[in-house]
Design a binder for this molecule. Structure first.
Ligand SMILES: CC(C)(COP(=O)(O)OP(=O)(O)OC[C@H]1O[C@@H](n2cnc3c(N)ncnc32)[C@H](O)[C@@H]1OP(=O)(O)O)[C@@H](O)C(=O)NCCC(=O)NCCS
Length: 158
């Protein structure tokens, strides 16, 4: 094989990102076209794509991936390595950028998502805890703790 130089794209905060007051971002992180609310924190090695909205006082821990069509509320904790999914491979494979085949996710307020959880396109209500390593495949409509793959209710929270 011929030896070539790759095209290197550095991680960056693009100037189309809208920040509230007092937001902290640890680099390297890759943020573009998103909105980050007041007092929120973004740890290192995080990617946040265009059209994502993150509320106030929400913490995004290192190595999280937050894809387009995700909206996260206030006072949330998104653990290390949490991955959101918008392309469910509805036609037995990647949508190859066809956004009409993507799904959206909303996360309410006061939601904590444990390390390495995967969140498919779903709606999660306020006051929910998702256990480490869970895979959330369905809407969560009651405040509670949910664990496992697929995520199931462990206990309700009042
Ligand atoms: C889900 C969680 C909140 C539950 O905590 P808890 O209420 O104290 O639950 P317990 O430890 O009493 O466990 C209750 C049951 O759930 C199971 N369980 C707990 N966490 C689990 C998880 N993440 N996935 C699958 N099952 C889990 C336990 O094995 C136990 O099962 P059993 O009753 O059959 O023995 C916690 O275990 C967790 O995953 N927290 C995430 C923390 C995190 O990622 N922090 C990031 C910053 S470091």
């Amino acid at each position: 094989m011929k030896l070539n130089e790759p095209i290197v794209l550095n991680s960056q905060i693009k100037n189309d990102v809208k920040f509230g007051n007092n937001v902290r971002v640890v680099m390297p992180s890759n943020l573009y076209g998103c909105i980050i609310g007041d007092n929120s924190f973004i740890g290192p090695f995080v990617e946040i794509q265009e059209d994502v909205e993150i509320g106030n006082s929400t913490k995004i821990q290192s190595h999280a991936f937050i894809c387009s069509l995700v909206k996260i509320g206030d006072n949330c904790f998104i653990g290390h390595g949490v991955k959101f999914v918008n392309d469910k491979f509805i036609n037995n494979g990647p949508a190859m950028g066809d956004k009409s085949k993507w799904g959206q996710t909303t996360v309410g307020n006061n939601v904590s998502i444990g390390t390495n959880a995967t969140i498919l396109p779903v709606n999660i209500c306020d006051y929910v805890v998702i256990g480490a390593g869970a895979v959330v495949t369905k809407d969560i409509i009651n405040p509670g703790v949910y664990v496992g793959n697929p995520a199931k209710l462990l206990k309700l929270l009042k």
